[in-house]
Each structure stands twice: as C-alpha cells, then as structure tokens.
Design a protein. Structure first.
Length: 100
C-alpha cells in the first residue's frame, strides 16, 4: 500500500545505503549527496540492538571500556527513485575515497 501511494504521489524512495556502526561514512555520504544537488534524501539512524537493561535506560556495560562507547547503530539513506543512479555514482565515489 505504501509503495503504491509512493508511486501515485511521486515520492517513492529507494534505499541506497545501509550499514551498521559507520557514522562518519554516513555523514560524509549525506554531505556529498547534498553537494551533488540531490536534495530529496531521507537519512536515519536507529539502534539495531537494545542494551542489556530492559527498563528503558540505554546504559550498556560494554560501552565503559577503554575505547568508550561502541557504535552499534544502523545507518540508512534513501533517495527518490529517479535520483538513484546519480546517488549511487556519488556513493561509489565517496566510498572509494574513504577506502571502504
């Protein structure tokens, strides 16, 4: 139903990026897409795994080691279907520069 509405209203989004624990790469990619003129993007980040405490607090004893907090979030970027080819070209350029 949502895909159908997206096609009707011309807002169908395509996921071009999904990676866990890559905040710097995700931020660089968002900035590169904006610089390339691809403005209609949707980017989000969410916790992939909840902490060991289920009461709602997000303290995780694994985050208090020498390295600090571990990035366990999942990062996504969506673009309009008509911008997919241009966005993937930008993404390939950014990821090749960063060496990933």
């Amino acid at each position: 139903m949502i895909k159908l509405l997206g096609k009707v209203f011309g807002t169908e989004k395509v996921k071009i990026y999904e990676k866990r624990g890559a905040r710097k790469e995700w931020t660089a990619l968002k900035e590169a897409l904006k610089a390339a003129g691809i403005r209609k993007t949707e980017a989000n980040a969410f916790q992939k795994e909840p902490g060991p405490v289920t009461c709602g607090c997000s303290l995780d004893n694994r985050d208090f080691g020498q390295g600090g907090r571990i990035d366990r979030d999942m990062y996504n970027i969506y673009v309009r279907a008509e911008d997919e080819a241009a966005a993937r070209a930008v993404m390939e350029r950014v990821l090749s520069v960063s060496g990933k």
